[in-house]
Write a protein that binds this ligand. Sequence first.
Ligand code: COA
Length: 375
Amino acid sequence: MYQPAITGTGVFTPSEIITNDELVAAFNAYADRMNAENADAIAAGEMEAIQHSSTEFIIAASGIENRYVLNKSGVLDPEVMAPILRERSDEEPGVMAEMAVDACTKALEQAGVDAAEVDAVLCAASNHERAYPAIAVEIQKLLGCGGFGFDMNVACSSATFGIQAAADMIRAGSIRKALVVNPEICSAHLEWRDRDCHFIFGDVCTAVLLEREEDAKGPHFTIRSTRLATEFSNNIRNNNGFLRRTRNGHMQDRRDMLFMQEGRKVFKQVLPMVSAHIAAHMADEGIAKEDLKRIWLHQANKTMNDFIGKKVMGRVPTPEEQPNILQDYANTSSAGSIIAFSKFSEDMETGDIGLICSFGAGYSVGSVIVERKFV
Ligand code: COA
């Protein structure tokens, strides 16, 4: 068995930012227009008026202040309320592959590794822009990696599930180096016309490079242990899929073909699941609360992270111990914990132990215990 390590990380951040105030102004303009157009139906009680959104609610309920998106103008146009992305020919790189190349290149540079040395590319994300060929195979070609690539989807937990899959292949010796990349275009499966969720998501792409520890050329994180768990739930669901055209009326603009959630239930059910998962993982690895120097959590909601952080550490963690990036990026699905890990880990010292944890639809939860090492 070989020892896997994370030797590089990379983050691609889109250039366009939407603030809460901009988002709320666009949503409220949309609501006013819809309510005016349907004034008779609303007066007759056949339709409910759309309520305004508010920045105060968004901050209090989620902690989110801004989100990065691939296209701002479409999202903020009350006539459109969705990102508009240029149509690409089959000969051009796909959008996900293009984001992935940026993030992967940064991870490879950090590790001092040439793309040709990589044996496996795992594109692990909560949605894929086409059914096939796999996005990972396109990324493999664009970067010039060897070996193979495949796509996987475990929603918000995709990154940690991808890390376990790659780490296990390195442990077993079937590969030496792998890129796990998470291009998340959440703006394209978010219903921007629904005030309950219109503030939740943003776009980003993260990548981690995993290698045999003996190959690491510089500072890195040994993967001490990984653990995954799933438990079926409909409380976060998106019904869009290839059977859509087989069902009468399913090609229409239907609410259930985008992200849907029962936010309160998610809160109540996922928090104990995640807290128990992390506690059991740490106990089985002989890691006490006071041994943990840092936790990089899934970035969905500040209150959720505060709750989990306190359970895991046994006290309120400092912002340095539990860094949040959701105020700047919003929820970026599987990429969130990896953004936090990438941006807030370089200062760690030899022997420091940290835990990456992502969770979400499925339900799913994945944890990765890492230890800082220097060559
Ligand atoms: N502006 C103003 N008011 C709003 C609003 C908005 N944008 N959106 C909802 N409201 C209203 C609701 O209609 C509700 O009103 P009511 O009490 O009169 O019915 C009230 O605010 C509370 O709404 P609720 O949905 O219960 O808020 P919440 O405190 O649960 O926060 C979430 C909503 C989504 C932020 C929260 O539930 C959450 O984060 N859940 C888990 C998210 C998660 O991790 N999901 C995983 C996705 S990967």
